[in-house]
Design a protein around this ligand. Sequence first.
Ligand code: ZN
Length: 326
Amino acid sequence: MRRLLIYLFSLTGMFSYYRKRQKSPIVLFWHDIADDANAAIEGESFPTDLFRKQLAYLEKHYEIISMDEYYKRYINHSFTNHEVVITFDDGYKNNLLVAAPILKEKNIPFAIFVSANNIEEQKRFYVSIPRLIIIGAKLNVVDIPMMSFHRVLKSDAERIQCANDIEYTIKFFSHEDAIKVSEYLISIVGKPKYEELCAIYSNGNLLTWQDVITLANDYDCTIGSHCMDHCICHEKQDQNLVESQIVESKELIEERTGLKCDYFAYPNGNYTEFSNSIVEKNYKMGFSTERNSVYAKSRACVGRIAASSSFLLFKYNITMGAKQFR
Ligand SMILES: [Zn+2]
């Protein structure tokens, strides 16, 4: 129903009307771009034809600028409100293999926020483990004593629901407990099976440090931080941990690549006053996943819009999201 209304809305020329009256520049974010993704396990993946279509739309209607240019205009209050910045979260290998060549072909700048320790150790994000194990290994029962969680699974639909429920729940655990749950899930199937699943569902593979250097040198790519271990900086998280995740990730990225790491994006978009104070001290800018106007909050948690996998919603979210920004 909502889509039908948006579709009818798009026919009236309202996108064009509101686009001209936008009140804020936009920072968009994607995760990975791949044509062979499994929708249930690698659900944040976008196919290349859709990505190309989105880029063509942005090129036609907006000014696509680099992160440094965005920061410059932010400081100088010189936005035209027709700017778009393209960003990717996490640091997937296919950002280099698939997305970067497409962006280079079009001379489009972009930024990638990498989770430093995941790159260092080439380990998957704990939030992605429930999907990989439960759906990938077709578990018939999930028993996690530390969560008092028990569920019998009879279909793929139930496995998807179960994996999503666990993923959502552990995002708000302490970082330590969330890691314990993901490690426990891996132990259920055993390391060899886990590695076999990683090889099958390879779109979750991460960049190496050499890949990060290649992106910065051979492409118009800015490298930012996404914490050390994709730690979600919510209220209940230990403050010392949050501080070290934000500060040490910058240090590790700079040490391994020789690049300056001036920008930060919060995993899952969550931030606190405390985390913002650390980001402000250590970075030029930080980004959340809220749809705020560029100056609505501090420079530590500037809003971003998630790229939608529906092209119609993609256009709607950009146009109307920005229109609502004040
Ligand atoms: Zn992330």
